[in-house]
Design a protein. Structure first.
Length: 157
């Protein structure tokens, strides 16, 4: 029995190696400068049969960006004081706390979410020029402009 298990494990490892070896190569980014965040659309803010006192909601953050972003951050604050940088995805999701929403007025409650992307500079730290005897160096990252979108919580069902 142990011998058969060992053979299965070896075969699985070999199959895994074949998959990795045949994986498509990543295309290098040839863009110079900051990425551009072209659009940002929070979705999935309709919560069917959700308890009105639910503590959290998961919302997908569809976005379109050019310039090969490597990371993104999302926040309810325009200065991103509560956000961390995460690996970039065109459709990440975030968890929204119920406490972020103020008491409903006129039957609705909404907040604004802000999204920003950045790209690691492959030439970070390399000298650009000398100004007044001080060497200016390449920045570590290139940042996009910030886009903000309002989201509303709508209960139905």
């Amino acid at each position: 029995m142990r011998h058969a298990s060992l053979i299965r494990a070896v075969c699985f490892a070999a199959a895994t190696l074949v998959v990795v070896r045949n994986a498509p190569a990543q295309t290098a980014c040839t863009t110079i400068g900051a990425p551009t965040l072209k659009s940002f659309s929070p979705v999935d803010s309709l919560f069917a049969n959700q308890a009105a006192d639910a503590a959290t909601f998961t919302i997908k953050l569809n976005n379109v960006a050019s310039g090969c972003p490597t990371e993104y951050r999302v926040s309810r604050f325009s200065d991103f004081r509560d956000a961390n940088w995460l690996a970039y995805s065109a459709a990440p999701s975030t968890v929204i706390q119920r406490t972020w929403f103020t008491a409903p007025t006129n039957g609705g409650t909404q907040i604004t979410l802000y999204l920003q992307v950045r790209r690691k500079n492959p030439k970070a730290g390399q000298p650009i020029s000398v100004i007044g005897g001080t060497t200016q160096t390449q920045p570590d990252f290139f940042f996009s402009d910030v886009l903000g979108r309002r989201i509303r919580l709508i209960y139905f069902g």
